[in-house]
Design a protein around this ligand. Structure first.
Ligand SMILES: Cc1cc2nc3c(=O)[nH]c(=O)nc-3n(C[C@H](O)[C@H](O)[C@H](O)COP(=O)(O)OP(=O)(O)OC[C@H]3O[C@@H](n4cnc5c(N)ncnc54)[C@H](O)[C@@H]3O)c2cc1C
Length: 459
């Protein structure tokens, strides 16, 4: 008899696992059922801001594979609008609810993949039943926001609460749609995934495109008129809003996992071993935004919810379930984003992470340009490097700039991954031609500066 694989969560991690398992095991050997509580499978949440803005024209462009494709080409039975409400490890069953027709079902599994993603942080005031307040995690969330923006009366004033990358990308989307946008950030600067000095550069850039960035301000509630949001409440007074978007970060969606007794780690994510198995629970695997992973620089377990990890981890789960052998080696925390034409890249540890991990370090900031200074289109770029003292090992890097600036972080991520020192980096053989870089690439300029600062610090 065929074994039965049940997948909870029909997006990046879950469906990567399911399709990879199917590539390796035929229908007679493995039956695969995937439960997804939303309306879509295998969609790009990362593309939602660009669909909201109109840069991406059609919602369906964000969908890589729909349930019919999974059924016809992969023999995977996807059950949309079906929410798993419990996992019974003793009976090897999941309990699920049909969200459209009602009713409960129980389904047996031999192997389980837990891939429920993350949940946007929602303060209590966001759930007061006032229409026009949106979290942003799934394509259903994106569709709900678009519907609100397109309906009459057309919203004109938006407040984005929280300046993480999702908030920043949605601020851009809303300003592109012609709304006036205020971004309210409780911390010192938006983009807290970089150090405040680099976040300040991003904030300045946002202001130049017309986003009203308010820092050090907490939103404590919303005001309504006729059941629709009319303002957010802050200590600085009310800020008018016809639409409010939450960008307060996410937390791993572990409600079911916790209730079933799956082990959770210090970051709050489901614990997994290198093969993405849940330790101590036979034939249960987990992947994506719901798990924690190893940070290769700090050596600590972290929750870094990104599509790039979810896809890789899901694939690894599928290879292992399919009878192969694959491991996930951890992350260095590389991420890129943009707001209008300003780009932000980061990898490794920020100053506060390096301090918390007990490293001694120096930080340098180097100004350069993306092309030879005389070449048309040359734009300034700021790179920050954090290097261990006295070894010179790179610990982290951040970039703010325009025109192809952010993807330069990949060179730094590779250096970090391989434990290079800033000394070694000064000799890197990077490509040069005036339309692509100055003769000293910005990465080399920053590495040289870090070497000088380390020497001055008496290493
Ligand atoms: C606006 C936005 C922009 C982003 N941009 C980027 C980017 O540029 N780069 C990047 O790397 N990452 C980006 N991300 C993050 C990326 O989208 C996620 O890391 C990725 O989608 C995680 O995949 P996942 O499968 O783990 O979780 P999810 O994509 O969250 O999928 C989990 C699925 O499980 C379903 N589910 C949850 N609980 C249940 C249940 N009990 N029963 C049934 N179904 C359930 C959910 O409906 C959901 O569809 C972005 C995210 C957002 C929201």
């Amino acid at each position: 008899m065929a074994q039965r694989l049940i997948v909870i969560g029909g997006d990046a991690a879950g469906m990567a696992a399911a399709s990879q398992a199917r590539r390796r095991r035929g229908r007679d050997d493995l039956e695969i059922v995937a439960f997804e509580r939303g309306h879509f499978t295998s969609y790009s949440a990362c593309g939602i801001p660009y669909w909201i803005s109109g840069v991406v024209k059609e919602r369906d462009q964000l969908i890589a594979r729909d349930p019919a494709t999974f059924r016809d080409e992969f023999d995977i039975d996807v059950r949309l609008r079906t929410e798993v409400t419990g996992i019974d490890l003793g009976r090897r069953e999941v309990v699920a609810r049909d969200l459209d027709r009602g009713g409960q079902l129980r389904e047996r599994f031999d192997t389980l993949v837990y891939a429920t993603g993350a949940l946007p942080v929602r303060p209590d005031w966001a759930d007061d039943g006032v229409a026009g307040v949106f979290g942003m995690q799934t394509l259903d969330d994106g569709a709900a926001l678009r519907e609100w923006l397109d309906a009459e009366p057309r919203p004109r004033r938006a407040v984005v609460v929280g300046g993480g990358y999702i908030g920043v990308e949605l601020a851009e989307a809303l300003i592109r749609r012609g709304l006036t946008v205020t971004l309210v950030e409780q911390g010192e600067q938006p983009m807290s995934t970089v150090d405040p000095d680099m976040g300040a550069l991003a904030a300045d850039a946002m202001r130049t495109v017309g986003i009203d960035v308010r820092t050090g301000v907490e939103v404590t509630g919303v005001e309504e008129r006729d059941g629709r949001v009319s303002a957010v409440v802050t200590a600085d007074g009310p800020m008018p809003a016809d639409v409010v978007v939450l960008g307060l970060g996410v937390r791993p969606n572990t409600t079911l996992a916790g209730a079933a007794g799956l082990p959770l780690g210090p970051s709050g994510g489901v614990r997994v071993d290198r093969r993405m198995r849940v330790p101590g629970v036979p034939d249960v695997w987990a992947a994506g935004d719901c798990v924690e992973t190893l940070h290769r620089v700090s050596g600590l377990p972290v929750h870094i919810p990104l599509g790039t990890h979810a896809n890789k981890q899901g694939r690894i789960v599928g290879i292992n379930i399919g009878g192969g052998y694959a491991t996930f080696p951890g992350v260095v925390g590389t991420a890129v984003t943009k707001v209008c034409d300003v780009q932000v890249g980061r990898t490794g540890l920020r100053e506060r992470d390096a301090s918390a991990s007990g490293f001694e370090f120096v930080s340098v900031i180097a100004e350069s340009t993306n092309r030879a200074g005389y070449h048309p289109g040359a734009e300034p770029m700021t790179i920050k490097l954090i290097a261990e003292r006295p070894t010179g090992r790179l610990l982290g890097a951040q970039i703010v700039g325009r025109c192809e600036a952010a993807k330069r972080i990949d060179v730094l991520a590779v250096a970090l991954w391989n434990g290079m020192t800033v000394d070694e980096m000064t000799a890197l053989d990077l490509g040069y031609a005036p339309p692509y870089a100055p003769v000293w690439d910005p990465v080399l300029v920053a590495a040289r500066k870090a070497v000088d600062v380390l020497a001055e610090s008496g290493r």
